[in-house]
Design a protein. Structure first.
Length: 369
């Protein structure tokens, strides 16, 4: 731990120096596992158990079918059953999210790339123009047929009422879907356009990620050769740690962020920002809330793990697709490639890495929710 504390001090000194003006962050889809103690969920009694029962009653062929566009077209009810429980406003941003806002307030945040769809970065107060949601999010929604944008407040009313929203455009009536990247859909244009910003970074911080889903994972190889890279994670992942200026801080994100802010002299500001994100709960004791939070988080992790299994291309079963040069990459998973000698991966190499097809898991044993 002494070595990590020394590394945190060195990181703080660098952030305070004139050399660090543009910080890029990468937040992974597994970050909830790292911050659970600080993420409050105002659940009523037995809600997580009821959600599991509801999904079981819907008889999904496999859990990740909830996020398949073709399945959604034919049966949107399972997705909206899940959306009712996970809709923004039910999760509290964490200390780490407030740290990102603090970086923005101090004009140090160049861009925050996130794999998460829960909009917690926005809820923490991170400016919209400093967030790239690589896999989309619940923040906006549109018709899957005519692509017309659907009103935010109407969407909220429908989701919380457990109703499936439909397009109100005359003659359309298509299904409304949040702008989340489903299997079979392209990654957002905003993500692809923002990729070059990584090369402008003075510091890259990667937090709470498995570094297996591409092209997101490949962002870490796009920094300049002299850019310090920091991994904050429970385990060593990806290629961070191989360059001379890399730093690996193993542990929970919130704990390391708190230690870093203490070294920076920002602890009071951090706690003040996080206090503003508190969600008021009523009627239930802290002990019961903690137990239900753990059950709900386990359900989220089960679904997340099932999605990653479908995206996993490391088992040799994936078959490369023949695509035209105009095709846009979709989210895939693979073993991270070795960094290109002399600098970051090229645009062509990154796109080639993404042009793979997820294996068909429908014939596999059905995972349990």
């Amino acid at each position: 731990m002494a070595k990590e504390s020394s590394d945190v001090r060195k990181l703080a000194d660098y952030i305070k120096s004139d050399r660090c003006k543009k910080i890029v962050l990468m937040l992974g889809a597994g970050e909830r596992k790292h911050f659970r103690r600080h993420s409050r969920l105002p659940f009523s009694r037995n809600r997580p158990i009821l959600l599991q029962a509801n999904l079981a009653r819907l008889k999904l062929p496999y859990p990740e079918a909830v996020f398949e566009i073709n399945f959604f077209r034919n049966n949107p009810v399972p997705f909206y059953t899940l959306a009712h429980e996970l809709y923004p406003g039910k999760f509290r941003p964490t200390l780490t999210h407030s740290f990102i806002r603090l970086l923005a307030q101090r004009n140090l945040l160049h861009m925050c790339f996130t794999q998460n769809i829960d909009t917690l970065e926005r809820r923490a107060g991170v400016p919209d123009d400093k967030i790239i949601e690589a896999h989309g999010s619940f923040a906006t929604q549109r018709c899957i047929d005519c692509k017309r944008v659907y009103d935010d407040e109407k969407m909220k009313v429908k989701v919380l009422a457990k109703e499936t929203p439909r397009c109100e455009r005359a003659g359309c009536g298509g299904l409304i879907k949040p702008d989340i990247v489903f299997f079979g859909e392209n990654l957002p244009d905003e993500f692809l356009r923002a990729i070059p910003m990584v090369a402008q970074a003075d510091l890259l911080i990667v937090m709470g990620t498995s570094m297996t889903v591409h092209p997101f994972a490949g962002l870490a190889e796009r920094t300049g050769p002299n850019c310090p890279r920091v991994l904050v994670n429970l385990d060593r992942v990806g290629g961070i740690g191989r360059r001379p200026k890399d730093t690996v801080l193993l542990g929970k994100c919130d704990a390391i962020v708190l230690e870093l802010c203490q070294a920076l002299g920002w602890e009071e500001e951090l706690n003040a920002l996080w206090a503003k994100t508190e969600i008021k709960t009523t009627g239930e004791g802290e002990e019961e809330a903690d137990g239900e939070e753990a059950e709900a988080e386990n359900l989220v992790e089960t679904i997340t793990d099932a999605i990653e299994r479908q995206l996993n291309l490391g088992d040799g079963e994936a078959v490369a697709k023949k695509e035209s040069e105009d095709d846009v990459p979709t989210a895939t998973t693979s073993t991270p490639a070795e960094p290109v000698a002399g600098g970051p991966a090229t645009e062509k190499e990154e796109v080639e890495e993404t042009q793979k097809e997820a294996p068909n898991v429908k014939d596999e044993k059905e995972p349990k929710l």
